[in-house]
Design a protein around this ligand. Structure first.
Ligand code: ZN
Ligand code: MN
Length: 435
């Protein structure tokens, strides 16, 4: 018997115009290498960082949506480590006073959400016959939000779903595009197991899987890691040591995780307060203002759709696109107006399976299935509608032909939705033009 513990560290690039601490443009993707750089993001001596207000607000927005506790005092710290993609020799990040802490999202506790800067990008290539490493600093200094969860996830599939939902959340908040293929969202799952044998519990050593850039890879890497840790424990019975973490990488070709570093501790980074940036003080009303601007969150949308009678599957799918929800709502409204009871789940089905893009298409598609009414009855209803709405007819004659839709609606109401709206539309056009 064993229990799985999975925690996540997720890095998401924020959608801002400029970088985190300078005025360089943040949209580096596909741009000429080292074209979006300045002394600040190149880490040249004497250059001073200046924090991006928008990025700070975006982290607060996300923290609020993740039900975090907000702080009125936060600061930046230097995380020191040596790597060529980090020109200053340290990353400006947040250590003990992150912007947001202790949240909860879909049953998973969120430990913290903090703000930092992205690093440059290394390219290992062969130039001539020489193996070289090239550096592109366009990404250096792009605002990066880091979300850390408690180890509350219990399976690879649950983890994948959590990541997908988180992606949808930050997209709906408009704080990030979080496109994993573009490296705008990267995750690092931490995995270990609780193994019970003869009433005694053992814990396998913590393993962090670095830099995963696809939902599927995350799921596969965790699956593999669970098997590997189980096998390793039954062979060597090595147990978890406090504070110790091994890092491994996911090798997609070999379909396995591979050892990178044996031991890693937070103290290695020699964190200390960033002396070039004053602490951040946030007034209560600033946070309140951001709270008021929060859009309707995906979870609330899904609940609303399910209340309308949509299945769990339909609700989740439709909640991803605001225009789909609008089409659904309009379809229901039109249905009510023309007194045809159309089940919202039926409209959802048309949107999902028939790729219907307008409410009109919905009415057309659904009306076709109903018994046809007599021709003379229909013509009578149309004539009566024209007679009853002289001002609308007038507008049509002046060139505002879109008003015909109003008349179609009236005819549909008169015929209790039994007419074919397309046919009604054609007859109306003919009659109005010739009258
Ligand atoms: Zn710059
Ligand atoms: Mn980080």
């Amino acid at each position: 018997m064993s229990k799985v513990f999975i925690g996540l560290e997720i890095h998401i690039e924020l959608k801002t115009n400029s970088k985190m601490f300078c005025r360089c443009r943040a949209d580096y993707f596909g741009k000429l290498p080292n074209s979006h750089v300045c002394p600040v993001c190149l880490g040249l001596p004497g250059a001073l960082p200046f924090p991006n207000q928008k990025a700070i607000e975006q982290v607060i927005t996300t923290g609020l949506a993740l039900n975090c506790q907000m702080t009125n005092f936060s600061k930046f710290d230097r995380k020191n480590y040596f790597y060529p993609d980090l020109p200053k020799g340290y990353q400006i990040s947040q250590y003990d006073l992150p912007l947001c802490q202790r949240g909860e999202f879909q049953g998973v506790r969120v430990r913290r959400v903090h703000l930092e800067e992205d690093t440059g990008k290394l390219f290992h290539e062969t130039v001539g016959s020489e193996k070289v490493t090239l550096i592109d600093f366009n990404r250096s200094g792009v605002p990066l939000m880091e979300i850390v969860t408690e180890p509350d996830l219990r399976s690879p599939t649950q983890t994948k779903d959590f990541l997908k939902n988180l992606q949808q959340l930050v997209r709906s908040l408009k704080v990030a595009d979080a496109d994993m293929e573009k490296g705008q969202m990267r995750c690092e799952p931490t995995v270990n197991l609780e193994i019970e044998e003869k009433g005694k519990k053992y814990y396998t050593p913590l393993v962090e899987i670095k830099n995963i850039n696809s939902f599927r890879f995350a799921e596969k890497a965790i699956e593999y890691e669970i098997q590997r840790q189980q096998a390793e424990f039954s062979q060597s019975r090595i147990e978890k040591q406090p504070g110790n973490k091994t890092t491994r990488g996911w090798d997609q070709k070999k379909q396995q995780t591979v050892l990178q570093r044996e031991k890693e501790e937070a103290a290695d980074y020699r964190y200390f307060p960033e002396p070039d940036i004053p602490p951040i003080r946030l007034a209560k009303d600033q946070i309140e203002r951001i709270k008021k601007q929060l859009p309707e969150l995906p979870e609330a949308k899904i609940e609303k759709l399910k209340k309308m009678g949509l299945s769990d599957y339909q609700a989740k799918l439709l909640s991803k696109t605001d225009t789909d929800i609008q089409i659904l709502e309009e379809g229901v409204r039109i249905g009510e107006r023309v007194k045809v009871k159309i089940a919202p789940s039926k409209i959802a089905d048309l949107i999902i399976n028939k790729k219907v893009k307008t409410a009109k298409e919905i009415i057309d598609k659904l009306s076709v299935e109903k018994p046809k009414m007599k021709e003379e009855e229909l013509l009578l209803a149309i004539d009566k509608t024209i007679e009853d709405n002289p001002s609308v007819v007038e507008q049509f004659k002046k060139g505002k032909t879109t008003v015909v839709e109003f008349l179609v609606g009236q005819v549909m109401a008169k015929t209790k939705g039994q007419a074919d709206p397309q046919k009604v539309r054609e007859i109306l056009h003919e009659k109005l033009k010739s009258s």
